[in-house]
Design a protein around this ligand. Structure first.
Ligand code: C5P
Length: 240
């Protein structure tokens, strides 16, 4: 597989074409951003941790029959993925109140929700990724009703699997963000990344934060925390 032209550069990843038209090459960057890029820092070692964590999670999801765009890791910071047509949607699933949910609705952070709450956000940096509902998704032609239903079904299913995967690593899954794309034959698949950048992860015993909130709120160095998440996920893998 030969890496070709840069296709897209995001806040945390670079996407390249490859010699195979249906496959893309992703490089995870040593950069952390928060507040839609308002806070931005180079953090050595973050790229390889997020690549390894995401790869590990996608592999564990595959074992649970959850498909994704992930193909394989090609180096510590790089992976190959299937090229999919992305929905301009961010799908957030929340098990426990935190972050913007707590701020918007006045619910204390850490409050268990009666059931997993799914939210859609429009993927648009210029608008700060606003919260939208199903009608907005339909009216803006972001997805049709069948696709909305399928995305929701998969997101809830992924939530159950992620709760199990993290729980085996002694971690509580508070909430997370997913993105989906359409692969060959219009099949809807999980895409993008699943890492401590995109999930709120709290230590099961202490509720210590093991995720990007530590960077967002200037609470310390995220590298040892992300390393801890990777070590715990790997330890669990070795014990099996
Ligand atoms: O900020 P908020 O509470 O809405 O975030 C919910 C979840 O989605 C968090 O786990 C956060 O890390 C993730 N998220 C993300 N990318 C965004 C917005 C939120 O990964 N652009």
């Amino acid at each position: 597989m030969i890496k070709r032209d840069l296709l897209y550069e995001g806040k945390a990843k670079r996407l390249y074409e490859t010699s195979e038209p249906s496959i893309l090459w992703v490089t995870y960057k040593d950069q952390a951003t928060a507040g839609n890029g308002a806070k931005k820092e180079a953090i050595a070692g973050k790229g390889q941790l997020n690549n390894q964590i995401t790869s590990m999670i996608f592999k564990k999801l595959k074992e649970k029959d959850i498909p994704s765009h992930f193909i394989m890791e090609v180096s510590e910071t790089d992976q190959l993925i299937e090229k999919v047509a992305m929905f301009d949607l961010e799908v957030v699933v929340r098990n426990v109140a935190a972050g913007s949910f707590s701020r918007r609705l006045g619910v204390d952070e850490g409050t268990e929700l009666a059931f997993p709450v799914l939210e859609f956000y429009l993927k648009d940096d210029g608008l700060n990724d606003p919260l939208i509902n199903d009608d907005h998704v339909l009216a803006l032609n972001l997805a049709d009703q069948k696709e909305i239903d399928e995305i929701k079904r998969q997101a809830h299913n992924i939530n159950q699997s992620l709760i199990e995967i993290y729980s085996e690593a002694g971690i509580r899954l508070i909430d997370f963000k997913l993105e989906f794309g359409k692969a060959a034959k219009e099949q809807i698949v999980l895409a993008d990344e699943i890492s401590p950048d995109t999930c709120r992860l709290w230590d099961e015993k202490t509720n210590d934060r093991l995720d990007k909130d530590v960077f967002r709120q200037d609470l310390g160095d995220i590298i040892p925390l992300y390393q801890e998440v990777l070590d715990r996920l790997t330890r669990d893998q070795k014990e099996k």
